[in-house]
Design a protein around this ligand. Structure first.
Ligand code: GDP
Length: 426
């Protein structure tokens, strides 16, 4: 059975925790898109970890962790991340990397940094991990596939060809020194030696695993609203964040994805610029940011303070629909126990007209939130194990959201730990 765990919001919904939790019952966990630009925070018996490139299933010795072909593979970063787990006592994980994954090159980081500097105030708020230049090159067909590292002639010829093009931009647009093709080739030889032990024909491996009835998890990065097609373009990420892309980014048939679990956050947070209708500011935002997540809402990769907002039912219903969510997990609900009342955004007012639809970016920029206020529960809900034991106002909040997002909420997360989860008997 293949299950996708994906974000229905702007990312940072707590997918890492849910994947780590569900990985206990799984055989294989796959990252299918994105790169080391976002982080998953996981707390388990080994400690607290911020994973960037590895799937969140790496902490169990019975699982195989896969970097799919859809990922932007930063090879030194991957090796460093594996080592840092082992150094902290995690058993050496079993990792496979697709021979069709493409390599994030050192110059992708350089181009990302130079372009952000060039755009100055109008920048996209990139994490400068090289992700946008990486995907641009992939689709411009000048990327390097892992398999190409193992064919010296192809590699050498391609390095020279690509450097020619990159150097024109470096010198004339960004006023930077040229890339030396010989040096780059050396770096790629180092990358080849580092990655060789992990390389695998992943789609063939997965076809066999599916035949054997293995439990497979696809772990998404970011969320629906950061998808380049269906999100808040252009303030999006550069690869699809949707479960549907899991089939492509892992190399499996789309109809094998039987369960799509959308992770939904009990309030809103977002990093980077872009339309965010239910955003809040000032002291109200500071308080939620300080109390939010596990130790505050700050980016796992960049440490940037996240933008904060009330729960947005319009965006989340859309986020679940576009994911094709079969169920939802509501996370970080415990954080909201301090509030007297909880505003929920149930509509967008655009030029005097209220809509419940999540519209295209130009229209969203003009939208104002329409709120319904629900009473707070004013107590700590961490430690509660049964749905019936949650305070009534808390259950009302969950059930109100469930109705609005038109997706069954099957689990409620009431703390960052692996076991802090309430299953709903439905
Ligand atoms: P991801 O990228 O979707 O995995 O999300 P992040 O890891 O960036 O952000 C989620 C943050 O919330 C992390 O610090 C988690 O440890 C924390 N977290 C996850 N679930 C819960 C929860 O139910 N309650 C609390 N308080 N924190 C949670």
């Amino acid at each position: 059975m293949v299950r996708a765990i994906v974000g229905a919001n702007w990312g940072d919904e707590g997918k890492g925790k849910i994947t780590d939790m569900l990985a206990k019952e799984s055989d294989i966990i796959i990252r299918f898109q994105g790169g080391s630009n976002a982080g998953h925070t996981i707390i388990n018996e080994y400690g607290k970890f911020a994973l960037h490139l590895l799937p969140s299933g790496v902490f169990y010795s019975h699982t195989t962790s896969i970097i799919g072909n859809g990922v932007a593979l930063n090879i030194p970063y991957l090796i460093h991340e594996i080592q840092s787990l082992v150094d902290r006592g995690v058993p050496t994980p079993r990792i496979l990397v697709s021979d069709r994954a493409q390599i994030l090159m050192p110059y992708h980081v350089l181009f990302d940094t130079c372009e952000e500097a060039r755009l100055a105030g109008k920048s996209f708020g990139s994490t400068k991990s090289g992700i946008a230049p990486f995907y641009s090159d992939k689709y411009a067909k000048i990327g390097f596939q892992v398999s190409e590292l193992f064919d010296e002639e192809t590699l050498k010829e391609k390095v020279e060809r690509v450097c020619e093009l990159k150097n024109v931009m470096l010198v004339h647009l960004y006023h930077q020194p040229k890339i030396d093709p010989a040096e780059l080739l050396n770096t790629l030889h180092e990358y080849r030696d580092m990655i060789a032990p992990y390389v695998c024909d992943v789609s063939a491996y997965l076809a066999e695993a599916i035949r054997e009835g293995k439990n497979i998890l696809l772990e998404g990065q970011l969320g629906s609203l950061k998808d380049p097609d269906h999100g808040i373009y252009p303030m999006v990420t550069s690869s699809s964040t949707l479960a549907a892309f899991g089939a492509i980014g892992a190399g499996i048939p789309p109809y094998e994805i039987k369960n799509i679990t959308a992770v939904v956050k009990a309030y809103s947070s977002a990093v980077g610029a872009g339309a965010f209708v239910s955003e809040i500011f000032g002291d109200e935002a500071d308080e939620l940011r300080r109390r939010g997540g596990d130790g505050g809402e700050f980016g796992a990769t960049t440490g940037r303070p996240r933008r904060m907002g009330w729960f947005d039912a319009v965006a989340t219903r859309y986020g679940c629909r576009i994911q094709g969510a079969t169920e939802a997990v509501l996370t970080v609900l415990d954080v909201l126990g301090y509030l007297d009342e909880l505003p929920v955004c149930v509509g967008y007012e655009i030029d005097g007209v209220v809509t419940k639809d999540f519209l295209t970016t130009v229209k969203l920029e003009k939208a104002k939130p329409v709120y319904v206020k629900l009473p707070g529960w004013k107590c700590e809900i961490r430690g509660i194990k049964k749905y019936e034991d949650l305070p009534e106002n808390c259950r009302n909040y969950i059930e109100f959201i469930e109705k609005e997002i038109e997706t069954p909420i099957t689990m409620v997360s009431n703390g960052p730990g692996r076991d802090e989860i309430i299953y709903r008997n439905r």
